[in-house]
Each structure stands twice: as structure tokens, then as C-alpha cells.
Design a binder for this molecule. Sequence first.
Ligand code: PLP
Length: 631
Amino acid sequence: EEHYGFKRWGNGHISVDEAGFVNVQPRADGRGIRIMDVVQEALGMGLSAPMVVRFQDLLRHRVIQLNEVFHKAIREEEYQGNYRGVFPIKVNQLREVVDEIIAAGKDYNYGIEAGSKPELMIALAMHEGAQRLIICNGYKDNDYIRLALIGRKLGKKIIIVVEQLAELDDIIRLSEETGVKPMIGFRAKLQTRGEGKWSSSTGDNAKFGLNTAEILFAIEKLRAAKLTSALRLVHFHIGSQVPNILTIKNAVIEATRFYCQLAKMGFPMGYLDVGGGLGIDYDGSRTNFESSMNYSMEEYARDVVSNIRDICTSSDVPVPDIVSESGRAIVAPHSLLVVEVFERINKRESLGQQHQPKEKHKIVTDLEFMLKNKGKLGRLERFHDAIQKKEEAFSLFNLGYLDLENRAAAESLFWQICEKIDLEGKKSGYQPEELHDLSTLLADQYVCNFSVFQSLLDHWALKQLFPIAPIHRLDEKPSVKAILVDITCDSDGKISSFIDLQDVKDYLTLHPLNGKPYYLGIFLTGAYQDIMGDLHNLFGRVNEVHVFLEEDEPNGFYIEEALSGSRIADVIEGVQYQQEDLCRKMKAQIDAATRKDMVKPREGVRLLELYESQMLNKTYLHIEPKNGRKK
Ligand code: PLP
């Protein structure tokens, strides 16, 4: 249990019960839901892994938590303004997610942030309540601006954030055309550099924001258009997952200076938007390592509030309402991906000792001698010798001097030697540096029925780490070192770096497969991963269940919604094939083969039936029960 760090990164939401099952406590109040029960119930509904499990109560809990910590900081710091957070829907646009967030944020006037036209279309329709903000970020064309102005007409507090100077000309022109007075914000390009994987969101080369000269030009444009009263907000965003609180402090200070300068010029202002960046402690180390964060949500809120207050007070400017655009911190914890391990690839076993050569080549007997280590050589020396012999064996094979059996024996012996050296090192407690990678080299590959490209894109693209652990069998000691590989035909489709307290671990210790289904949870995947995935190998969307706490249910939960993942017909139509057309083409080929007597007519009908019925099947593997096991 400790091995997987549930307590460290789980934030009070994850526990393990006596029977070795992982439970999620959506409200961190001791009421847990066994993930395995959810998986079983979903199976009963015909949905198998890979599967996203969303805990809707956890989503609600996070919205309340973020708003409460800001309210508390405001009270304690005696701050005179309000907190008016917005949820950036790009982080998870799913309707049920957005619905839950809007409902949870009702009492807090929690709003929405849009970063594109389609997102604004969602925001406009879903938004309710005159006090809740809609913040419009991202590149904007005329229609984007027109849509935002419709929002103003409907009495919504919708603020168009100017990211590029040219946008302001369009806003001014369209507001004159439509007669609607906009609310405008400026995104400032800060000098404060972010830290972590997404740090290029600020600085001179950032894609977004106005530099100081551009802000001055923008001011002139507003004055010329007699729209000075429209400027209401200063915005910045220093990148997602900021690991270090010092970065946040500095950015807040710099942006508040911008705010105060503008307020002093006589613009009405009123809002300071500190963007996203509030982190998630994916590895639970509480450090400023990029998968972690060296601060809590409470500290974040206090720092934002107190720094804004200090700068405003010293500049003699009334404090603004504070807007923040935390996405990751709201949605990452609420969902996990459940994957089934269905196969194990083990280097030594598959090479098989059963293939004993009829006539052993000298290289094989040399390796056998090395394995027995009669010469009592040191581990490092034996490792070097074994590598030399293995290379020699491959050269001999290429030159035609080594047959298949002897090659197989040589490979197998090499891995046995490595395993023995690794084991001796563990026993002695010391392993020379060169041998540190042996464990990784020897790790098994656990093949999981999912696609990294669909479900864990940030791991593939940016090496972002997610906590991964079995969701059952935690009353058994795990003993197999493994890396995870997916079912895409791509060697990149794997997970070979895992969270660790000190650094990054290159294997995970898991349970031996026992013929029964073995499930892993990939946790904290509720932010960005759902939407960024791609269709590599046409695997498409996975199944999904939305889980709610329920007092009267025997398991304490119910599945409110079950979304079925992509079917083969769905994904192939997405790349412009027509299901009917493909079936027609197959039929023509089968008919032709029947005419040529290559297949019997009855067989032809069956072949076509198989092809057609697959169209409605799921894209991921249909894992058949092994050893008569029931699923
Ligand atoms: N606001 C803007 C402008 C962003 O670009 C982003 C994402 O990078 C966010 C908010 C959300 O950031 P986070 O998920 O780190 O809270």
C-alpha cells in the first residue's frame, strides 16, 4: 500500500480497505467507494476496461474547496474585494463535468472561461446568473467577438481579454457596429518566468499577451474610441502546473503593478485575473519538482490575496475582485482510468530454456560456465563478460556460424546471468552504478488494453507522470517489476516512468498475473487527458461511467450515466470511410471468391456476417476469459 503512495498524492481521497481494494472518498470524509465494485457494476452493464471512472462528488468537492479557501483567505486577510473564479472549460469540456461544476459553483458565483469559439458557444448557453463571469481568452475572429457581444446584450458579465493588439481594433469596430458596450481585459505579457513543463506561457517569446508598449498603444486606442470605461480587467497566465509558489508570488506582484498603473490612469478596472497554474501533487513529494508542487491550495489563495492587497495598498488603489482560472486543480482528481493487464512479456521465459541445442556451440558452454560462476568473479566483471559473449553470439549468427537453437540458448543464458547479478546486488545492498539499470532492463512488460495516445497524451508528449497502482490485491505483496505497454502498434505506446518520492522510477512493482483479470488505476487524469487524446490506430474513446455517492445503496454508490466508447464504425467514419461502402466492397470480394470456388457459399455468408458485425463492436481488445475464468 505504502509502495504506491496513496496517502501522499491521494490528498485524503484514496484509501485501501482490509480486503486490499482501493477506495475513493469523494469528500475525503471517510465514506469510500470501492473502485472494483464500480468496475464490476459497469461490466454488468456491458462496459469493460479501458474505462474512465468519474466521481462527480469529488468534482463538486474541489469546486467548493477552491472557493472556500479563497473566501477564507479574503476573511483572514481582511481583503475588501470578492473572489470570482472561473472554470476554463478547455481542461475538460464534457457536458456532465461542466454541468456539475456550474451547479457546485452556484453559491459562489463561479463562472466559466472560454479559449475558443466552440468553447464560448458552450459557455454562453450553459452560463447562468448575472454575477458569474465569462472570460473570453484565446485568438479571436469577428464572429468570436460578435458572440461575446451577444452575451453583453443578454446582461452577462462577459469580459473579452485582448491577447493581441489587433483584436482591440476589431472589438472597437464591432461594438460600434452593434451598439453594444463591451467589457474589456488586457492580458499582460509578464517578465516573471514560469517553471515546469508549461513555463513558456510568459516571457518575451510567449504566444499571448500584450507587452508594455502594446499596452500603451491599446490605451491610446481605447481613448480614441471613447471606450475608456470598458477596460475592467488585467489578466495573466504563467503556465499550467506551476511547481514553485515563489513563481506565483512574483507573477502576482508584477501583474498587480500593471493593474494599479491602469487604475491610476483613470480606467474603471475592478478585476484582476491571475490565470491558471495552481498545481496538482502528482507524485506526492510536496517539492518543486515538475510533477509536484511545494505549496497547498490554502497557501496559494493566501499568497494571491495578500500580495494583491499589499501592492494595491502601497499604490493607494482600491483592491480588485480576484478572478482565477484554475482548471487542473479542479478536475484532475475526479477521474481515473482503469485498464486491464492481460498479458505479460518476460524476456527470459519467452526465450525458453526448453530449446536446448542438439550440439552446443562453444559460446553457449562459455555462457553456461559464466552462469555457474565457478571462477568467483565480481558482478561488474561478469556483466561485462556476458555482454561481450552476447554480442559475439549475434555476430556468429549473422555470419552463419550459429544456428537458431544456439542463438536462443545464448540469449536466454545472458538474461539469466543478468538476473543473477541483479539478485546478488540486492542481497549485498550495494550495486555498482553501471548495474543500476539492470532492474529496468529485466523488468517485465505488462500489456494493458488501452492506448497511451488516446488516454494519456501528456505522458507520451511531455513525460508527465501520473500515479498508477493496482485497484485490488493490495493485501498481497507485489513482486514483479514491470513497465506498462499499450496495444498500439507503436513502441512509444508505453509507460516506463513512474512517480517516486526522490526522483522518477523506471518500473512499477506489481502482482504476478494469476489468470484472473488484473486491473490498474491510472489516477488524477481528469484534466486535459480526456480531450487531448488522438485516434492513433483508430482506438478512439474509451467507456466511461459517472459515479455518485448514495446513502441507501448497498455499495454506497450508483452509476448515473454510462457512456459507451467508440465502435469500429464510429472511428472509421471519422476518417471518411462509409460503413456501408466498406461492407459492399467486402461482399463483392467474397462473392468473387465464391465464384472462383475459393470459399463455399455458406462460408462466404459467415465471413460477411463476421465482417459486418465487427462494425458495431468496440475498438479495444475483447479479452476472452482465460482458464475458464468468468468476466
Ligand atoms: N487560463 C489560461 C489562459 C490557460 O491557458 C490555462 C491552461 O494552460 C488555464 C487557464 C488553466 O490552467 P490550469 O489548468 O493550470 O489551472
